[in-house]
Design a protein around this ligand. Sequence first.
Ligand code: PEP
Ligand code: MG
Length: 581
Amino acid sequence: MKKPRPYNKLEGIAAAPGVAIGRAFIHNEEVPEIPKRKIAADQVEGEAERFLNTLHQVGEEIRRTQRLVEMEHGAELAMIFEAQLFMLEDPEIKKQTLTLIRERQCTADRAFSVTLRQARKMFEQIENEYLRMRISDVMDIEQQVLIRLAGGELRALCALRANTVVVAHDLLPSEAVELGQRRVKGLVIDGGGANSHASIIARSLGLPTVVGTQSASHQITSGDMVVVDGEEGVVHVNPTAPILRSYRGQVQRQRQRQLDLNARRDLPARTRDDCEIALLANIDVPEEVQAALDHGARGVGMYRTELLYLGYRLPSEEEQVAVYRRIVEALAPHPVVIRTFDLGGDKLSHVLESAPEANPFLGWRGIRICLDVPSLFKAQLRAVLRAGVKGRAQLLLPMVSSLEEVRRARQVLAEVEEELRQEGVPFAQTCELGVMVEVPSVALQADAFAAEVDFLSLGTNDLTQYTLAVDRGTPTVAELYDSFHPAVLRLVAMTVESGRRHGVPVSICGELAGDPLAVPLLVGLGLESLSLSPGLIPEVKEVVRAICLSEARELAAACLTLKTGAEVRQRLEEAAFNLAK
Ligand code: PEP
Ligand code: MG
């Protein structure tokens, strides 16, 4: 009988709520060493052919998965597979492997493994962080080809089974999207923070996730039974029967709670004293539109378009028109706020050349790239304006830090409008332009911005990172990252106040909007529009319906007098407790 694997409990950071129970799959697991063995001279050509056939087979597998994903989820998502195909079809890799087989009489397994290890080393030395992270594609391809050569089934990402918990050392935002589209149950990531982009995507896709586990990918073995507790931020590996029983009960209760909430989805989001709060959806991929509609969203408050740009080629204007039009039409007459591509930081395009940066989150990011690469920016603006004919599209500029950027963007927008007019292409004549308030300078100058834009959207994820000088994706400083910090709250209050003075709507699209604890505070600060992950809308609506605006205002005023984030949290917990009574 097989010896049971020992129980182990790993601590991390709760990144996406819920509990997932499943078998572990180690993403980009090391491929075992292949024994050195020489083949006979007369076997060389057979071995070369075996290698080429395997490459072909794996390529077909990937293309098949790509087609399935494209059919189910659209072309943008399927572009993720381009990276792997690109690697698989690299002529240098093929040539070098064949040389090793033919000249050194290596087995195909050994020759390919040696070649890819060299490729990995090369990637490891690359300074560009995005390209360095493409190592995961090299490793995934290595795994897939070697397993095939050894006569096994594909065990890599494209062959994930149901009830899988993916354990990864690092996960790119695009990989998180990819996993969400497969039948993955939950995620465990050694790196990252609760507000790194992979975590945000996991929350959007409803995947219970624990991040910052440091060494889970080494401590867990593929096939281990794993419980991901996305509420407490712990991972139970090979749990005992009582632990498993207790979590199964929790999963049942979760399901029931979700059903109850969904049944109440059409109730209005009004406070007890009849103040309407607009609940909109943040989406990362167009496929989330359905979830937004299913959860009763009154529009899309922020569509993060940058995922369209993370494939191996940039999206054309026509492709973008098709994507934006689909979303705008689906949500009409409600608004769809399309944020121009916020590349940079942890979302680096490998198509756009960029110099290595010591601090990518302070570097070439968001509006800075939009303005520096006008051809890309213009194509996106044209696409949004054209899609706007079908409903109500609004433009939102990311990572703005000074008014000049807004003025320059307005100028580009005017040029684009003129070009479309000249070409006789129909477009939305009145497309509102807003800015993200996510850099402290914008909050501090909110009056000046409010005088020049149509709306403001508070991005508390970055606002917290930039106000407190705490990287949002680094586990070692995760405890310092606190959106309830009084300094952050003051910037939020200042922004709301400036918007009110200028009659400019202010909404919030940072993750704080989806935190039930924060909702009374945000409403009390004067926010009337919250944009959050679709799946969190029902829960937040319950809170809105339970509060009274006048009490929320008192609560917010009290919170603004407190000195630390911990004091604010405690005050909000007391308020939540009183609500629940
Ligand atoms: C934010 O910074 O709060 C935000 C919503 O944008 P992102 O999370 O995409 O940086
Ligand atoms: Mg941001």
